[in-house]
Design a protein around this ligand. Structure first.
Ligand code: AMP
Length: 215
């Protein structure tokens, strides 16, 4: 099962990715998390990526393509993967095609997770994340059990720099300019389906199964 999840930041791609990954027993590869880990470790990639990420811009294609190419070579991705947040530009989509072609593989599904901008802005500005395990909370809809602490590992929660209102607006613009054209790209290939990003968590697994065409 090889799936790409497309959708604006905050649309719910990450939640869908996790469910699909568990459903089909394949790893979820989230470029945002990989880049944030590189920033925390202050690797050369992390040092370069930080400025772009803090401004809500895309990290240049070549860096991200190399990161994904390496990750897809790991053994757990041999039988499938869920790509969350990649590709995000036509150049990245072409790079992914080349990477897959080299190993005689192709995508099974591209899932467009969509949501209105006002809902996204509300979600992201009230989102708090765990810098250690990447768990996500929402101040109103999914507050942590202990105020300000991660339910999973008790680390102090943070608001990501790029979840501040002015950066959120820029991320949405970047999505419209750079990533939205991919909807057409995949539409022409006939592999794209769409799902709303605010389906109730209890109903989401069944909805995803229906959309992906499996029982
Ligand atoms: P996300 O958590 O997916 O919203 O990603 C956070 C930030 O990481 C983005 O705003 C970009 O700066 C960077 N990023 C994540 N994935 C990519 C990608 N595929 N291409 C370029 N930059 C990316």
């Amino acid at each position: 099962m090889r799936v790409v999840l497309l959708g604006p930041p905050g649309s719910g791609k990450g939640t869908c990715a996790k469910i699909i990954g568990e459903m089909y027993g394949v790893p979820v590869i989230t470029t945002g998390d990989m880049l944030r880990a590189a920033v925390v470790r202050a690797t050369p990639l992390g040092v370069t990526a930080k400025g772009y990420m803090d401004r809500g811009e895309l990290v240049p294609d070549d860096f991200v393509n190399d990161l994904v190419r390496e990750r897809l070579r790991e053994s757990d991705a041999t039988n499938g993967f869920i790509l969350d947040g990649y590709p995000r530009s036509p150049k990245q989509a072409e790079a992914l095609e080349r990477i897959l072609k080299q190993s005689g593989k192709r995508l099974d599904h591209v899932l467009h997770v969509y949501l209105e901008n006002e809902v996204i802005i509300d979600r992201l500005s009230k989102r708090r994340s765990c810098p250690k395990c990447s768990a996500i909370f929402h101040l109103e809809n999914k507050p942590p059990r202990v105020n300000g602490r991660c339910d999973v590992c008790a680390t102090a929660l943070v608001q990501r720099n790029d979840d501040k209102p002015e950066v959120i607006r820029r991320r949405l613009e970047v999505y419209r300019e750079k990533t939205q054209p991919l909807l057409d790209f995949y539409e022409k290939k006939g592999v794209i389906n769409a799902i709303r990003g605010d389906i109730d968590l209890k109903e989401l697994p069944a909805a995803l199964r229906r959309v992906l065409g499996y029982c």
